[in-house]
Design a protein around this ligand. Structure first.
Ligand code: ADP
Ligand code: F6P
Length: 323
């Protein structure tokens, strides 16, 4: 395999706090190992359009504490076509990229895998608030997001307490309920609705609220993941059936921004450095993952086959503790 001398780095899919720390780690570790590092603007779009520029040590100064991504991100439908992929490969050749580091989620890794199958070397770093990458216990941005949601929920709880109301909170997670489940446990929510777990309206929502009221509860938190959706109509139905005044809040993109937590900065730094060290050593076509607490590289084809289940014990814990 020919030696990797020049790497590109891009961010793709939904942004996540800590992506900047990962970019910084890639650039600085790359330069440390004697690689030329090129930044690619606007995800796969920038790769197709040749929005590619050389980065130096100072290009990543003062970004470790900033949310979002200095490289920007877009969703790029053209990348799902053969024409788009071929254009990306030839643009990588134009700029002399031997490999690219993709910081993003599952969709972005599918794009990276398609590039790898066509001969462009890749490395993936999980960056998504959803924590839904099958092969990895952790994704960059997840911890910051959890803390943002928890902070918002504590405020919502204050007003739910004062008014003796039920609050329905819709959090992000199109296919994954990690945010909903963990914030639900952290806040003692009465009800947690996840995309991974079918629910019955009367048995799983109305009954626990009324049973709680009969045991003396005066306010209630219901958390629903975006993938299930419908927070506003759910709140209306809860109020209609229980007679308990109910309000809905959809947190939206506040969950994707903000100053990354220490955990996200450190994980992003470790994962970014690992990805780049592997490339400097000629190892490619892997996803950087946390497995049993260790940061490792997993073959990209294998990584994309791995599914992640919501832990059963966490589901049970959430039910027991909300009694
Ligand atoms: P995430 O990476 O956060 O899951 P998306 O699913 O939006 O975000 O994917 C980001 C980008 O990755 C898409 O805009 C597209 O360019 C590329 N992509 C997504 N899914 C695929 C796929 N199945 N095959 C090839 N490229 C894909
Ligand atoms: O990828 C993370 C995520 O926040 C999902 O939970 C959510 O469904 C999606 O991105 C929304 O993305 P956007 O509003 O940027 O299209």
């Amino acid at each position: 395999m020919s030696r990797i001398k020049t790497i590109g780095v891009l961010t793709s899919g939904g942004d996540a706090p800590g992506m900047n720390a990962a970019i910084r780690a890639v650039v600085r570790t790359g330069i440390y190992h004697g690689l030329k590092v090129m930044g690619i603007y606007r995800g796969y779009n920038g790769l197709l359009n040749g929005e590619i520029f050389e980065m130096d040590l100072r290009s990543v100064s003062d970004i470790i504490h900033r949310g979002g991504t200095i490289l920007k991100t877009v969703r790029c439908p053209a990348f799902k076509t053969e024409e788009g992929l071929q254009k990306a490969i030839s643009m990588a050749q134009v700029f002399g990229l031997d490999a690219i580091v993709v910081i993003g989620g599952d969709g972005s890794f599918r794009g990276a895998r398609d590039l790898a199958r066509r001969g462009l070397k890749v490395m993936g770093i999980p960056g998504t608030i959803d924590n839904d990458i099958g092969c990895s216990e952790y994704t960059i941005g997840y911890d910051t997001c959890l803390n943002t949601v928890q902070d918002a929920l504590d405020k919502i709880r204050d007003t739910a307490y004062s008014h003796e109301r039920c609050s329905v909170l819709e959090v992000m997670g199109r296919h994954a309920g990690y945010i909903a489940l963990n914030v639900g446990i952290a806040s003692g929510a009465e009800v947690i609705i996840l995309p991974e777990r079918p629910f019955d309206f009367n048995k799983d929502i109305i009954k626990p609220i009324l049973e709680g009221r009969n045991r003396g509860k005066k306010h209630y938190i219901v958390i629903i993941a975006e993938g299930v959706g419908g927070a506003v109509s759910l709140a209306e139905k809860i109020e209609e059936i229980t007679g308990i005044e109910t309000r809905a809040t959809i947190l939206g993109h506040i969950q994707r921004g903000g100053t990354p937590t220490v955990r996200d900065r450190v994980m992003a730094s470790i994962m970014g450095a690992k990805a780049t060290e592997l490339l400097a050593n000629g190892i490619c076509n892997q996803i950087i993952a946390v497995q049993k607490g260790e940061v490792v590289g997993i073959d990209i084809e294998e990584a994309l086959e791995t599914r992640k289940e919501i832990p059963r014990d966490m589901l049970e814990l959430s039910t027991i503790l909300s009694l």
